[in-house]
Design a protein around this ligand. Structure first.
Ligand code: ZN
Ligand code: ZN
Length: 141
């Protein structure tokens, strides 16, 4: 029994996730704004081996300001962003909320890259905020 299930917009890609997230974050970095129609992405970071994907994904890699390589994995048929992975954290996958089936219990616990957000952006004052990149979440043993 999976804790979470999910699918892309067209259904060609399906997910099963067998773990609780290590962290959840809302990200306002410029790259996220580009893929999320000008808004933030909302993401759950899972242990990589808990994320099971059926269906072929396309990928796009780029070099982050940190020097790490970030790879965005998405459905080649509908373009939905499924997950991202950093070369610095190969044991984690950052899954986009948008492909996780609702109802689910996930909500962002942290807002990051607020320094890159547009002026109209509103941040939940109850959430921890970082102007840039926060520390990586600790892996669960
Ligand atoms: Zn699709
Ligand atoms: Zn981002």
């Amino acid at each position: 029994m999976s804790r979470y299930t999910g699918r892309c917009a067209c259904g060609a890609v399906r997910l099963r996730i067998d773990a609780q997230p290590l962290a959840t974050r809302q990200c306002w970095c410029r790259q996220c704004q580009t893929i999320a129609a000008g808004s933030a992405t909302n993401n759950a970071i899972f242990p990589a081996d808990a994320v099971h994907i059926d269906g072929a994904l396309a990928a796009s890699a780029w070099t982050a300001a940190s020097g790490n390589t970030l790879t965005f994995h998405f459905c080649p048929a509908c373009g939905a962003q499924v997950y991202a992975q950093s070369s610095a954290r190969p044991t984690m996958k950052t899954v986009r909320f948008g492909v996780i089936d609702q109802p689910h219990d996930l909500a962002p616990r942290m807002v990051i890259w607020t320094g890159d957000a547009p002026q109209w952006a509103v941040f939940d004052p109850a959430l921890e905020q970082f102007a840039g990149q926060p520390p990586a979440p600790a892996p669960k043993d």
